[in-house]
Design a protein around this ligand. Structure first.
Ligand code: ADP
Ligand code: TPW
Ligand code: MG
Length: 579
């Protein structure tokens, strides 16, 4: 393991530059000028020197093994800080590897900026086969919130500022900034270059909802007999934790947090309806969505939902309203301004909530929670997801300030359902697209952005997508622990190849793989555990070490079911393909 510490090196003295500088200097300065202190990426022609220049300017550069992971780190950095995470990529495939993460950030409403070097324009436009030639701007356009190309060094500060505004204002998202090789290399007098920088005024303006929309929402909420508040990751992103607490506690309305909104209020809060999801869907007469979309994760507002129920939606993007269900009371604005206005009006209204609604949810939750805890009790060996999670739950709940990263199928669903969260923005997962391969990047981004300890609970398949970037966590000596639930496959390790050619089944990986040895290669503290007690001890020790650690958790190959909790989304299965 290298001796690099976790804090960026601030240059002791101002860097000395020659009288003439390049576009790369302007880019580094422009980023610093708007407050960017960290960049994630992977270098090569034409951006290597730019990364060095950024380091010279005191911008931390976290160099990855794969651009997608650097992008996942930037996205998580953006989600946790409300400032765009920055990803740096080389042209062609480096750009495309990173773009998957920028697209994912856009879908999830995380602010980030992907800056990519690109080749000389003329031979790209004439398709003449230049070095790493790809029309990157046009490839990016359909997948990101905004995309810009900068061709002249004197335009770089404007381009960076526009990218910055686009990433964080309104609905946050991923922005692509294409910087051509000639622009990066263009030479200017430093004195002229230094005149180009400016501070953007109000880059993320408040979006105040109309008074009428607030009044409508408050009247509807006040009229509800069985209201519920549904918190999404937009509410977590907004960093208005006290106002959300005030809304819930002053009205006494039960709340249900989506996966990444867990911890906005503690999962064991008396008004938590986390264990009464079906009741909320089927019986609530008014649901107030705060920073949550009625997308597939909420059955797009159909299915179990009370057909007569009405929705209030606090949302920054007006296009989101009515997208699946008519919204009776849209409040279009930023969550902070909307909550301020709603809280002020709520003081003057009388609620109509039926007290039996809350006591019913509390009674139901009590029974369900007790039943759920029983699942985690058995000390089964070889371990199942549940017996392993019995230990993970105890350790993580004893360390509530650890940020939890989580991906997999059963590993995702069962961890989300088992491990209570107590603090906002302490759970980050594969989110809206349910993609695998956010683990290592997101873990590193969370550790770098916050300086906190991070634990990533990963299915063995999920880990495979990003595993090599565990080495990045080791090189930067971050306080992170990777916990790999190895059941030998996608969903489980008992798939059967229906032919007799001897190949593994499509879902089968390697239940005997020793992932801990991968950690050994990079100098991490590693563990191979086969019992819940060993897992408890290893995870406790790993978190306390504040060093990169990797725990290979041996599960039974038959632990886990096809597609986790969302098997119903599979197309019709006429031939069962697992035993
Ligand atoms: P979840 O998956 O947790 O349900 P989603 O990602 O579906 O959450 O929804 C988040 C919503 O929050 C998005 O529609 C986004 O536009 C919205 N949002 C993000 N930031 C803000 C903000 N500051 N104010 C209002 N809405 C926001
Ligand atoms: C980019 C499809 C969904 S879940 C999953 C895959 C491959 C892995 C599940 O196995 P894992 O967890 O992680 O071992 P467990 O506990 O159930 O065994 N490619 C991408 N994204 C997705 N979602 C897939 C494939 C998938
Ligand atoms: Mg698995």
């Amino acid at each position: 393991m290298s001796t690099t510490n976790t804090t960026p090196a601030t240059p002791q003295t101002a860097p000395q530059y020659p009288e003439q500088v390049t576009g790369m200097y302007i880019l580094a300065k422009a980023l610093k000028n708007i407050g960017i202190d960290t960049m994630y990426g992977l270098v090569g022609i034409p951006v290597t020197e730019f990364a060095y220049l950024a380091q010279m300017e005191g911008i931390r550069f976290v160099g990855f093994r794969h651009e997608q992971q650097a992008g996942m780190a930037a996205a998580t950095h953006g989600f946790l800080t409300k400032k765009p995470g920055v990803l740096l990529t080389v042209s062609s495939l480096g750009f495309m590897n990173g773009l998957t993460a920028t697209a994912n950030a856009t879908v999830n409403c995380y602010p980030m900026i992907q800056i990519s070097g690109s080749s000389v324009r003329e031979p790209i436009d004439l398709d003449q086969g230049t070095y790493e030639g790809l029309d990157q701007l046009n490839v990016a356009k359909g997948l990101v919130k905004a995309a810009y190309r900068v061709n002249k060094p004197e335009d770089i500060p404007t381009a960076v500022t526009r990218a910055y505004r686009a990433a964080i204002s309104g609905r946050p998202g991923g922005v692509y900034l294409d910087v051509t090789t000639p622009c990066l290399g263009a030479v200017m007098d430093k004195a002229d270059a230094d005149k180009l920088f400016f501070q953007p005024v109000d880059p993320c303006p408040a979006m105040i909802p109309s008074d009428e929309s607030v009044e409508r929402a408050v009247q509807l909420l006040a009229s509800a007999k069985r209201p519920a508040i549904l918190l999404g990751k937009g509410a977590a992103y907004a960093q208005v934790d006290d106002k959300i607490k005030q809304l819930v506690e002053s009205t006494g309305i039960p709340f249900y947090p989506m996966s990444m909104a867990k911890g906005l209020l503690p999962d064991n809060h008396p008004l938590s309806a986390i264990s009464a999801r079906s009741t909320i869907m089927e019986q609530a007469d008014v649901v107030m969505l705060i920073g949550a979309r009625l997308n597939w994760l909420l059955s797009r507002g159909h299915g179990k939902w009370n057909p007569d129920g009405k929705f209030i939606q606090l949302e920054i993007d007006p296009k989101e309203i009515d997208c699946n269900r008519p919204i009776a009371a849209p409040v279009v604005g930023d969550i902070e301004s909307s909550l301020d206005a709603i809280l002020a009006k709520l003081k003057d209204v009388k609620m109509s909530m039926d007290p039996a609604w809350v006591s019913g949810i509390q009674a139901e939750s009590k029974v369900k929670n007790a039943k759920f805890l029983e699942r985690l009790q058995p000390q089964t060996v070889p371990m199942t997801h549940w017996s392993a999670l019995g230990s993970v739950k105890k350790v993580l709940e004893a360390n509530p300030d650890v940020i939890l990263i989580n991906e997999g199928a059963n590993t995702l669903d069962d961890t989300r359902d088992s491990v209570d969260m107590f603090l906002p923005r302490h759970r980050i997962d594969c989110a809206t697209w349910a993609i695998m391969g956010m683990g290592m990047g997101s873990m590193i981004g969370a550790a770098v952005a916050t300086g906190k300890s991070v634990v990533a609970v990963e299915g063995d398949s999920a880990f495979g997508f990003s595993g090599m970037d565990f080495s990045t966590a080791c090189r930067f000596n971050l306080p992170v622990t990777v916990v790999i639930f190895n059941n030998g496959g996608i969903y489980n390790g008992i798939g059967v190849n229906p032919s007799d050619n001897g190949d593994p089944a499509p879902t089968t990986l390697d239940v005997k793989a020793r992932y801990d040895k991968l950690g050994d290669a990079f100098g991490a503290q590693t563990y191979y555990v086969t019992t819940p007690a060993e897992l408890f001890t290893a995870l406790t020790e790993a978190i306390a070490s504040k060093k990169p650690c990797l725990i290979d958790v041996q599960l039974a190959a038959d632990s886990g079911k096809e597609s986790g909790h969302i098997g119903f989304l599979n197309p019709a299965t006429l031939i069962p393909f697992t035993v």
